[in-house]
Design a protein around this ligand. Sequence first.
Ligand SMILES: C[S@@+](CC[C@H](N)C(=O)[O-])C[C@H]1O[C@@H](n2cnc3c(N)ncnc32)[C@H](O)[C@@H]1O
Length: 247
Amino acid sequence: MMALARAVMLFVGLGATCAYAADIGYLAPPGAPAKEFPSPRRPVAQIVGPTRASEEHRDSLNEAGEIARLLELKPGMTVGDVGAGSGYHTVRLSPLVGPTGSVIAQDVTRNYLVELAKRTQRLKLTNVIFALGKPHDPRLPASFLDAAILVHMYHEIAQPYAFLYNLAPALKQGARLGIVDLERPTSEHGTPIELLRCELATVGYREIATYQLAGDGGYLAVFSPPEDGSRKSPRDIVACGNRAGAR
Ligand SMILES: C[S@@+](CC[C@H](N)C(=O)[O-])C[C@H]1O[C@@H](n2cnc3c(N)ncnc32)[C@H](O)[C@@H]1O
């Protein structure tokens, strides 16, 4: 009897995993290929895990609340949590945007999205959509997002110029892109702010503001995406070098 129960549980568990996995795919066709863009002239950090610091610690600094406040995130918005990992922000944004809004949990690591889908299911969050991406292309539909956050992940983007170029059309007119990172070399899982500014400006993003987050939370840099006419063509994008703080 116990063995039967265990087998049923295993079957249900595997079935659920397959259902989650089946739901997780690309939301849009490919954008521009990586080979059209320069590679970054600085190290790219390895993907080492789905989160940064404990959620309790982050909550003690009100990380999610501060980012939402500074980016003016509101009910009804569609917000992309790009590089969502284990979903620290996704699960906090979901109630904030409410039933008329949605959170797009996007990542390049499929298993992280599968685990996050289980987490949102346990929490009964019904407004989260999962989106798989490529290192050079978030694969998100055009004019999809009111805002996007990239939290402690920018330094892991293997092809940042192609990624930013392909992300731009997914941001609606007036949308904000918020990037959170630490002021330290990319090889040490941070991005010097001057380097970030240079890489974003090179693709045509405009800096709106930069804030210091509490404690060891790093900075939040807010950008507006290039408008249709101001997105540079891939061949005009020149990689930022040492003077921009690449280390
Ligand atoms: C350190 S985790 C941070 C997760 C989450 N944003 C947080 O603050 O806890 C970095 C995440 O970025 C993802 N990532 C790395 N490169 C990416 C890319 N090019 N596009 C989307 N996600 C990426 C990794 O798979 C990982 O889940």
